[in-house]
Write a protein that binds this ligand. Sequence first.
Ligand code: G3P
Length: 220
Amino acid sequence: MKIFLDTAEIEEIKIAARWGVLDGVTTNPSLYAKVGGSYDAILQEICKITSGPVSAEVISDDVEGMLTEGRHFAKLAPNIVVKVAMSENGLEAISRLADEGIKTNCTLVFSTNQGLLAAKAGASLISPFVGRLDDINQDGMTVIRELAEIFSLYSIEAEILAASIRNPLHMTQAALAGAHVATVPFKILQQMVHHPLTDKGIVQFKKDWEAAQQAAAAKS
Ligand code: G3P
């Protein structure tokens, strides 16, 4: 499963890239709002850090507006993927952008049927929001699992991107459910690195090493 970072924070993206675990980045208007400044400049900077897909979200409601924004984003860097929210107009924009060779990520997907339609329209990435479904007492991972089964049955090329990941367990569950990608906030990526026994073990190894060095020095 590929790992994308769900953030517009440049420093977080740089760190994940240095760790060697970064396959791409997703942004959205809410994540951009936390950073501010020029969205275009941020996207271009992210695209310099990773050659993986970088999602840039359109905000227009009408098809022409979505197309204009999408074409603009697509010119910023070769690895930009235009994020379009699931809607009737969104499907049309996805289809037309696909005809122009522009890759899209269909976002705000909350049902298997929405995901199926987005794939048929030509989206490269389909983003079910797992955490927001869990929030309303529905099992978000079911959408991932059902889409994975359908895409496999019918050899559909679109990739399932598990979004709205809220905890490390979601990452494991998304991988087991067949998500091709999961996009994760930096804090959760950090949580995935750590385990109390790992951290304790590192401290103990260092302590034992230093004690052995002191004992060896005392003998010589
Ligand atoms: O990728 C979508 C994600 O940013 C939404 O997450 O936690 O706002 O539901 P959340």
